[in-house]
Design a protein around this ligand. Structure first.
Ligand code: NAD
Length: 290
């Protein structure tokens, strides 16, 4: 298929390269990023999108998605697919999908989990919102770029699933880290703590698969000096999106709000920026109750 790919950063570049390696004709555009393997570069988003059967966007936020969408939707052929894989606010996702649908396009919001490793290895999970027909259009590409795609309902529901998942992830990581810091002060060995919790009712993905304590459990960013992995900055972004969405629909998310506040302090006032989101553990280690 003739595919346009706009936004070739840490995630977009390997995703575009995987589509090209699978035999698709991929034309990319980015404001600054270099050309990924197998992809030919266009001079603008408009050039990357015009005449393509499917256009994929992988951009930093909803405002940029909206500006790129405004530039390309009118240039795309009726019946073409518009798949946004960025993590953005639900409102932007629904607005762009409505504009695309009104122009006769098949729109899907399909944020991902799996990070840069998943993007390179073609093992991402896609959470998709859109019609059955739109999802069916996108599904063969999800199969190339990922290992699983879930159709979550109408437009915006992919983003809803993503921010709910990552709100749980942020809250759980904080809980896991504060429990390790407490265990330290109680004289409980971290390895013993892992052995108990990972097989007891406190188990979680953050403990069992992504343990924030170095040298404990499976290899994780904690074993690599907390280099991301999944950066605390991106966790803060996703937590903020969860709170914007919660405000919009009047949902009570007290722990989501508290997790947002903690990651905000960590990233903006402390040394969290550029570190993995599990570096909350060394942060808690240094703190007392005040
Ligand atoms: P990134 O900053 O590395 O890449 C974004 C790219 O978009 C940049 O290269 C930038 O130059 C380009 N861009 C910005 N405005 C543009 C425009 N108008 N036209 C063309 N290109 C433009 O970010 P990333 O890590 O690749 O993340 C992309 C999206 O994926 C984000 O929404 C992020 O939240 C989400 N995400 C990231 C991860 C991760 O681990 N990095 C995991 C899951 C989801």
């Amino acid at each position: 298929m003739k595919i346009g790919f706009i936004g070739l950063g840490n995630m977009g570049a390997p995703m575009a390269a995987n589509l090209a390696a699978a035999g698709h004709d991929v034309t990319g555009f980015d404001l600054v990023a270099p050309c990924p393997n197998g992809v030919s570069m266009a001079a603008s988003a408009a050039e990357a999108a015009a005449g393509r059967e499917i256009v994929i966007t992988m951009l930093p936020n909803g405002a940029l998605l909206q500006s790129v969408a405004a530039e390309i939707i009118a240039l795309m052929d009726k019946g073409a697919g518009f798949i946004d894989c960025s993590t953005v606010d639900v409102e932007s996702a629904r607005k762009v999908a409505a504009q695309a649908t009104a122009a006769g396009l098949l729109a899907v919001d399909a944020p991902v989990s799996g990070g840069i490793g998943g993007a390179s290895g073609g093992t991402l999970t896609f959470m998709a919102g859109g019609t059955e027909q739109s999802f069916a259009m996108a599904a063969p590409l999800f199969d190339i770029m990922g290992q699983k795609a879930v159709h979550c309902g109408p437009s915006g529901n992919g983003q809803a699933a993503k921010i709910c998942n990552n709100m749980i992830l942020g809250i759980t990581m904080i809980g896991t880290c504060e429990a390790f810091a407490l265990a330290d002060k109680l004289g409980l060995d971290r390895g013993k703590m892992f052995d108990v919790v990972s097989t007891s009712s406190g188990y979680s993905w953050t403990m069992n698969a992504y343990c924030p304590a170095p040298g404990v459990g499976p290899t994780s960013p904690a074993d690599n000096d907390y280099k991301p992995g999944f950066a605390a900055d991106l966790m803060l972004k996703d937590l903020r999106l969860s709170q914007t969405a919660a405000e919009a629909v009047d949902a009570a998310t007290p722990l989501g709000q508290h997790a947002t506040d903690l990651y905000k302090s960590f990233v903006e006032d402390e040394d969290g920026s550029g570190r993995d989101f599990s570096a909350m553990l060394p942060r808690f280690e240094k703190l007392g109750r005040d």
